[in-house]
Design a protein around this ligand. Structure first.
Ligand SMILES: Nc1ncnc2c1ncn2[C@@H]1O[C@H](COP(=O)(O)OP(=O)(O)OP(=O)(O)O)[C@@H](O)[C@H]1O
Ligand SMILES: [Mg+2]
Length: 466
């Protein structure tokens, strides 16, 4: 077996030297770099098997390098070197996917040993494991607020599926009921929690792009495919892939998904061999999948395959007992965020919120509480602080003019850039729909492709995958 190549990035010559000497003695082939730029070009030239990265560098930081390396190879073992006091950096590094970290000053033997462990996958030492568990904790079952009977049933089912080896889960329910949240909770409660949770919104990408995001592609598979790329299923091996808005996929892709679910194997786009992975797929939709099947828009066989383990999130109006606890949960969060500690809600206001029908479910409740905390005059929220409830635009209603019928819109003296206005409204629509492009498009009277096109134009697409 050829010696494994290890990128050693540190701006201190002595550190590089001592690490390299140790690594050579242990049978590795070190490749040295003293800056971010050098590291990137070294990584591009040499096929590296692992990396040891310092954090403070003359032209940037090691985490940026970590992220770039991870893009090309999500499984690359990376050890971060940090100063003793850099707790935040350690957290950031682990979040960005570092396999391990070592505090400076370090013992070169220790680094080499950890590298060996990271390379054969026996990595995580205890501290690191605890840190990863801490990072996972925000998505424990406690993060699903509510103790109503329907919510309890959902949690019980979710617990069961999290622990079972059953790989596929279907989450259905209206928009804003907490499907995203539940998917994360299931992942972090499962034995897969230390592997990636990757999600993708199926409606956000055109079909061919979605296929290559999911399955990856070989070099040369299409004009832009200059390099081989691993898809989400490969990156999330032993972890979870969350396919949001599965109801929006086209039949050809549905057929490929079905094959993947049945055989746990797939081919990269333009690729020859089958690749086998072990991922749990959690699919979600706020559509009526049965109706889509009857309409011929959704393959029946895929529907049956997904429907084996299904959890339906009840609408908020079907579990009014959750409303009180949810209000208090969001109140606590927002009063802290907006520095209005001790904000409470009056019984009359709570009663009013309990009686409302919540077409936008928990998301709507969250937004309403946020707005009330932000705008309230006193520290007890009264019914008048929730007046917006009755004036919230109905998503299905024809678009209302921006600023009232009297033509409240004014053209500034110096004129304006219409593109800026368009961009701002797209941002607002995306904010209101929590980034859901389909609904944001609907708010603006656009089709999905039209909003996609504009988002691309205005550089708003950065974070749509994952
Ligand atoms: N039971 C809950 N406890 C606390 N927060 C919740 C709960 N349910 C939902 N939320 C919050 O409400 C918001 C909407 O939830 P989420 O995004 O999971 O909905 P969804 O069902 O995926 O909606 P969509 O179908 O539109 O994608 C999120 O901010 C989520 O954290
Ligand atoms: Mg969602």
């Amino acid at each position: 077996m050829p010696a494994r190549r290890v990128l050693v990035l540190d701006d201190e010559k002595l550190v590089r030297w001592s690490l390299s000497e140790r690594l050579k003695a242990d049978g590795f082939e070190p490749v040295e770099a003293a800056s971010v730029a050098e590291a990137m070009s070294a990584a591009a030239r040499a096929n590296i098997d692992a990396a040891i990265l310092d954090y403070h560098l003359p032209d940037g930081d090691g985490i940026a390098v970590l992220k770039r390396l991870r893009q090309d190879d999500p499984d690359l073992p990376v050890i971060m070197l940090t100063a003793h006091t850099d707790v935040d950096i350690v957290v950031e590094a682990v979040k960005a996917g570092a396999s391990d970290y070592v505090a400076k000053p370090f013992d070169v033997h220790d680094v080499s040993l950890r590298l060996t462990r990271a390379l054969d996958g026996t990595g995580d030492h205890r501290e690191l494991r605890r840190l990863k568990e801490d990072l996972a904790r925000p998505f424990g079952f406690d993060s699903i607020v509510g103790d109503s009977e329907p919510t309890r049933q959902v949690k019980a089912l979710a617990r069961k599926v999290a622990q079972s080896p059953a790989s596929t889960v279907l989450l259905t329910g209206e928009s804003g009921t907490g499907k995203d949240l539940l998917a994360k909770v299931i992942h972090y409660a499962s034995s897969r929690s230390r592997r990636p949770f990757l999600n993708i919104t199926c409606s956000a990408l055109p079909e061919t792009l979605l296929e290559s995001e999911l399955f990856g592609h070989e070099r040369g598979a299409f004009t832009d495919a200059r390099q081989m790329k691993r898809g989400l299923f490969e990156q999330a091996d032993q972890g979870t892939v969350f396919l949001d808005e599965i109801g929006e996929t086209v039949p050809t892709l549905q057929a490929k998904l079905l094959r993947f679910l049945e055989e746990k194997a797939f081919r990269r786009v333009g690729g020859g061999g089958d690749i086998s992975v072990d991922v749990r797929v959690i699919a979600a939709t706020n559509r009526d999948l049965e109706q889509n099947v009857r309409d011929g828009k959704f393959r029946e066989d895929l529907y049956f395959r997904l429907n084996v383990f299904r959890i339906t999130m009840p609408a908020l109006r079907e579990r009014p007992d959750d409303i009180g606890p949810l209000i208090r949960h969001f109140l606590a969060g927002f009063s802290k965020e907006f520095r209005r500690p001790g904000t409470k809600i009056s019984p009359a206001a709570e009663k009013m919120l309990r009686a409302y029908s919540w077409p936008g479910n928990v998301r709507e409740l969250r937004n309403v509480v946020e707005r009330a905390v932000l705008l309230a005059e006193s520290d007890t929220l009264e019914p008048s602080d929730f007046e917006s409830l009755h004036t919230l635009p109905n998503l299905r209603a024809p678009a209302a003019p921006v600023a009232g019928a009297t033509g409240g819109i004014q053209l500034p003296e110096g004129g304006l850039d219409l593109d800026d206005v368009e961009k701002r409204f797209i941002e607002l629509a995306l904010e209101r729909t929590n980034g859901n492009q389909t609904r944001a498009a609907a708010l603006l009277g656009l089709h999905r492709d039209q909003i996609r096109y504009r988002m691309e134009k205005y550089g708003l697409l950065k974070s749509d995958v994952r």
